[in-house]
Design a binder for this molecule. Structure first.
Ligand SMILES: [Zn+2]
Length: 321
């Protein structure tokens, strides 16, 4: 069995349907076994001494045979310290990955029969933090980059002079020739200066790729980096922006529609980056025909990222990558 290989197989590595999900994860032990294999694909690994031998003490709890350190399969993951059954978490992850346009805290509370809205809300936010894979591959090839304004009230709207109460989101999209889009990246930035735009490109786009932007001066210093910079003069062309930068404009309008439908447009700026991560997660996996693969990927990432206490979620502020 190709358990948890780099190309997981539907029906073998992850369930394909809700019916399969129910059979696979009928008990707490089955969920623990599955999580354990995701967490330690090569068998138990001690976080202190990297030893591979351990005694299982009780469900999910291990004692390293080399250094005697006690650890659990949850330690250092988003499940650390949870008092709820793992099965409930699995159901939550299945729910959020099977929603086409994103889950809501209210929906999650109802589906799982949770008593507290706060629990559903914080679970959703914890899962959003697991949606970005550390060390993911940068965008490549032809990449369009542009900014868009999200939420708040329109104030003036002059570029480069701050955007009033609106949030500035910079978007990068791989564009294929002759048509179609690849993967995306998005981030909230504080202003439209080169100091904000250029680092975003350097973090998210592979060097030697072609970066396509308009003639905004914030992109001028891109020439100091290892990119092929193609600037499109929108005002001279006489065409509207969506003709020359179709990728970013398509993504921006889809994003605005999603925020309106799922969050009624009322997204607080301190959480916006996490909604962007959720949207990116879904968009970059939009061609997966089996939703179970998204469940698998999210769970796989959930065991790789450190726990987030509730207080940190409300205080927010995107921690970046
Ligand atoms: Zn050890």
């Amino acid at each position: 069995m190709n358990y948890f290989g780099s190309h997981p197989i539907a029906g073998i590595d992850y369930p394909q349907t809700l019916q399969e999900f129910d059979v696979w994860f009928a008990t707490e032990q089955a969920c623990l076994d599955y999580l354990q294999k995701l967490r330690w694909p090569d068998g138990f690994t001690c976080p202190l001494c990297n030893g591979h031998k351990a005694w299982q003490m009780k469900t999910g709890l291990f004692r390293c045979a080399t250094c005697k350190h006690k650890t659990s399969v949850f330690a250092g993951t988003i499940f650390q310290g949870t008092r709820k059954p793992l099965r409930l978490w699995f159901q939550a992850i299945w729910y959020i990955t099977s929603q086409k346009s994103g889950g809501s805290a209210l929906g999650l509370k109802r589906i799982l029969g949770l008593r507290s809205y706060q629990t559903a809300w914080s679970w959703l936010h914890k899962m959003r933090r697991a949606m970005i894979r550390p060390g993911r591959n940068p965008l490549m090839g032809n990449v369009e980059v542009d900014e868009t304004l999200i939420g708040g009230k329109e104030q003036g709207g002059k570029r480069g002079r701050g955007a009033g109460r609106k949030n500035i989101v910079v978007i990068a999209v791989e564009v294929h020739d002759p048509k179609g889009f690849g993967r995306i990246r998005m981030k909230c930035i504080s202003d439209m200066s080169g100091e904000s735009l250029i680092p975003f490109i350097c973090e998210n786009v592979q060097t030697r790729s072609t970066v396509i932007t308009d003639c905004w001066k914030g992109y001028n210093t891109l020439q100091n980096h290892e990119y092929i910079h193609k600037q499109i003069n929108l005002s001279q062309s006489g065409n509207p922006a969506h003709v020359h930068l179709p990728g970013v404009h398509r993504i921006a309008s889809l994003l605005k529609r999603l925020l309106l439908s799922t969050h009624q447009g009322a997204v607080s700026s301190k959480h916006l980056d996490y909604y962007l991560d959720e949207y990116t997660f879904r968009f970059n996996r939009r061609t997966s025909r089996v939703r179970g693969l998204l469940f698998y990927r999210l769970l796989e990432q959930a065991v790789c990222i450190p726990p987030v206490p509730y207080k940190k979620i409300i205080d927010a502020g995107h921690q970046g990558q």
